[in-house]
Design a protein around this ligand. Structure first.
Ligand code: SF4
Length: 700
């Protein structure tokens, strides 16, 4: 048995592990106590990662569906046929008839997304869809509208106060920049000893909320109103950083007018909180001087997610929670080696992914906007089902399961069945693969070269890790980029990366491709220098960079009232005036610690059901009991679920995990959701949390 340093890439926490390997088989995953970042932390998913590789459900040969049944097919033959069918569709309907959907299985893989973009750019199609736009697109919208402070926000280590909205970091292990590192056991405890104040906004008394100074059990979907009330109170009390606002922001007076309606009493009525609690939270956040407010998935999936994220950015800027000239900050390894600057990044220098001016494509469906160089997943089904120029005819699904994850289950199923060609690149036959024409077996994380791609902005340390394959991929399984290169070669398509084009007939090794994704000059440290340290490395020379003053000509300002925000305030006020939201209960999403959305359900500890959690008082009032099957009805659909009591929930709120149903057992929540009920005028992310529902005993 040998031990190999690696990391878990199921989620973007990238915890360090030592894989125990015997006869080319991973037999155990041991959390790495000496890992510079995670220091022995892991969740149960990482400790069972090898079950994904060794699962009896693993499919390692290419398959083709013939008359409804899968048949094994030679890999070269499968690629020839897929390329020929793609060519026919492109010739008849144009390159934009070809789309790609990428799910959580690959969105954190260093080589896959750059290769998807290279392939699609070569093809001439912008039709890239991922789970991002049905998860937290509002964070990207917020960065594009509010602007970016080049020297970053206050670090966790220097924070005196943190406010977390809908982020149970002690369970998810995931956190935003400047927040509690969920994978550092004891970090919160130590910070509390040095005096850190913690405010948690969550409809549930979560594990993290139990550690907080203040817990605000907010009514789901009212985070934007709460933030408006806090901002108004901070301005009323002159607790904001007036000097920072004067020097580096614009639109404060207009924001002040918008939040004027949200006095403490009104905000309390809307949010279901005590006015005194809102006042205390606002003053605690503003008076502590250092620290940030951040959020996770729930607030972005609920109505008014864009306004919520904008007000989070605005609250941080209002209180001046940005690093200033003379302070020392950790530098990111994967950005060019410029000193951190105490100024707003000029729009023209923003990365293409974040710059609205570089994302000008619009969907045929409701004019939804391109974001992060991706098209909005809320429109995917209708883009397939709507005839006309630009209709999607072929879909490559890579590491994703849209049949289970995309809102409006009936619509996405109809769309997948309507496709003229559907190809799944994955390690198992998902519900989506059940509707595909071809299956190409993919290697999993421990079977490929990979790199932690963006997390040093969350880690607060100049750290990255490159992992080499711990075991060889089984059978015909291979890296997704090699399939894309093989198709590109057959289609005569060029795949270009930041460092240049590849020879698709003789694709580069993963390390050579990493050099093209992160070419010399684009990063402080090259992937090869990172790879020289199998456990990864904190590059100390970038750990404490001095922030320099703004350079000549840097006059950009952080925007409190950019385009669209006034309309979103009007939308918020209109929704508060209507009674539309008032179902019997509001359904929120809840992360199950043992699975990752529709992934990891083959792990031994994964539950085979996603219970519906409700407050015991609500259950008693409705005459319902734990263990009972209930019918959950929304305006869009209905599902049956097993009821489980949870006294930590706010009364009137019920919670369930997404990603269940079909082969993994449990119930598919996407059947309750509409694909076109949205308050987001950019990506049209559907209402996926704070969904009004009713409950009744399910008929036997
Ligand atoms: S799934 Fe768990 S072990 Fe793996 S990276 Fe995420 S938090 Fe860490």
């Amino acid at each position: 048995m040998t031990r190999v340093s690696t990391f878990c890439s199921i989620c973007s926490a990238f915890c360090g592990f030592e894989a125990e390997v015997e006869n080319d088989r991973v037999i155990a995953m041991v959390p790495d106590k000496d890992h510079p970042m995670s220091r022995g932390f892991s969740c149960s998913k990482g400790r069972h990662y090898h079950h994904m590789l060794n699962s009896p459900n693993r499919v390692t040969r290419c398959r083709k569906r013939v008359d409804g049944d899968w048949h094994a097919q030679d890999k070269g033959q499968a690629l020839d046929e897929i390329a020929a069918r793609l060519r026919k569709l492109i010739d008849a309907h144009g390159p934009e008839s070809v789309a790609v959907f990428c799910g959580n299985g690959v969105t954190f893989k260093a080589l896959t997304m750059p290769s998807v973009h290279a392939f699609m750019q070569g093809l001439g199609s912008h039709q890239i869809y991922t789970s991002l736009t049905i998860d937290q697109p509002a964070k990207i919208v917020s960065v594009g509208r509010h602007g970016v402070w080049a020297a970053g926000g206050h670090s966790f280590e220097s924070a005196r106060v943190l406010m977390l909205i809908g982020n149970n970091v002690l369970v998810s292990g995931l956190h935003g920049p400047g927040s509690i590192p969920g994978w550092q056991p004891g970090a919160l405890k130590q910070a509390r000893k040095r005096g850190l104040k913690l405010i948690v906004v969550d409809p549930r008394l979560t594990e993290t909320a139990q550690q907080a100074d203040l817990h605000l059990p907010v009514k789901p979907g009212t985070d934007a109103a709460l933030l408006s009330g806090m901002i108004r109170h901070i301005l009323d009390q002159d607790l904001h950083d007036a000097a920072f606002c004067a020097d580096f922001t614009e639109g404060l007076e207009a924001l002040e007018q918008e939040v004027a309606a949200f006095d403490l009493a009104t905000t309390a009525t809307i949010t279901g909180l005590q006015p005194e609690l809102i006042r205390e939270a606002a003053e605690m956040f503003a008076r502590q001087g250092r620290g940030s407010v951040s959020s996770a998935t729930g607030p972005d999936m609920a109505p008014h997610g864009n306004l919520t994220e904008h007000l989070i950015s605005s609250l941080n800027s209002l209180c001046g929670r940005h690093n200033r000239a003379g302070e020392r900050v950790a530098g990111s390894l994967l950005t060019p080696d410029f000193p951190p600057i105490a100024a707003v990044v000029p729009r023209e220098l923003m990365p293409e992914t974040l710059n609205p001016a570089a994302n000008t494509r619009r969907s045929r469906v409701r004019g939804a906007h391109q974001l992060f160089r991706e098209m909005p997943t809320a429109t995917l089904a209708e883009e397939i089902l709507t005839p006309g120029q630009g209709q999607i005819k072929a879909l490559l699904v890579i590491g994703g399961n849209p049949a289970l994850s995309v809102p409006d289950r009936a619509q996405i199923h109809a769309a997948l069945q309507e496709l003229e060609l559907c190809v799944c690149i994955d390690g198992r036959l998902t519900e989506t693969a059940d509707m595909a024409d071809y299956f190409l077996p993919a290697s999993y994380g421990l079977e490929k070269t990979d790199m932690t791609v963006f997390n040093d902005i969350f880690w607060g340390a100049p750290y990255h890790q490159v992992s080499q394959p711990v075991v060889p991929p089984p059978g015909e399984a291979t890296d997704e980029y090699l399939y894309l290169a093989a198709l590109a070669q057959r289609l005569g398509v060029t795949m270009s990366y930041p460092g240049g084009a590849i020879d698709t007939a003789d694709p580069p090794s993963p390390m050579d491709l990493l050099d093209l994704v992160f070419p010399a000059g684009s990063t402080r440290v090259s992937p090869r220098d990172i790879a020289a340290h199998p456990r990864g490395q904190v590059f100390e020379s970038f750990a404490e960079l001095e922030v320099i003053p703004a350079l000549e000509g840097m006059h950009e300002r952080l925007r409190f009232m950019p385009e669209g925000v006034a309309e979103e305030f009007a939308q918020l006020r209109a929704s508060l005036d209507s009674a539309d939201d008032e179902g019997d209960y509001l359904l929120i999403c809840r992360r199950n610690p043992h699975v990752y959305n529709s992934m990891c359900h083959e792990f031994p500890q994964a539950p085979d059901d996603n219970a519906l959690f409700a407050h015991p008082d609500d259950m008693a009032a409705a005459g319902l009991a734990s263990g009972q099957r209930v019918r959950v009805c929304s305006a869009h659909g209905e599902i049956d679920a097993t009821l489980q009591q949870d006294a930590t929930l706010r009364p009137g709120v019920v919670a369930i995990s997404h990603g269940f149903g079909g082969k993994s057992g449990g119930t598919p929540v996407n059947a309750l959701l509409s694909s076109n009920e949205s308050t987001d005028r950019y990506t049209h992310i559907p209402r996926m949390s704070a969904v009004p529902v009713s409950l009744a005993a399910a008929s036997a």
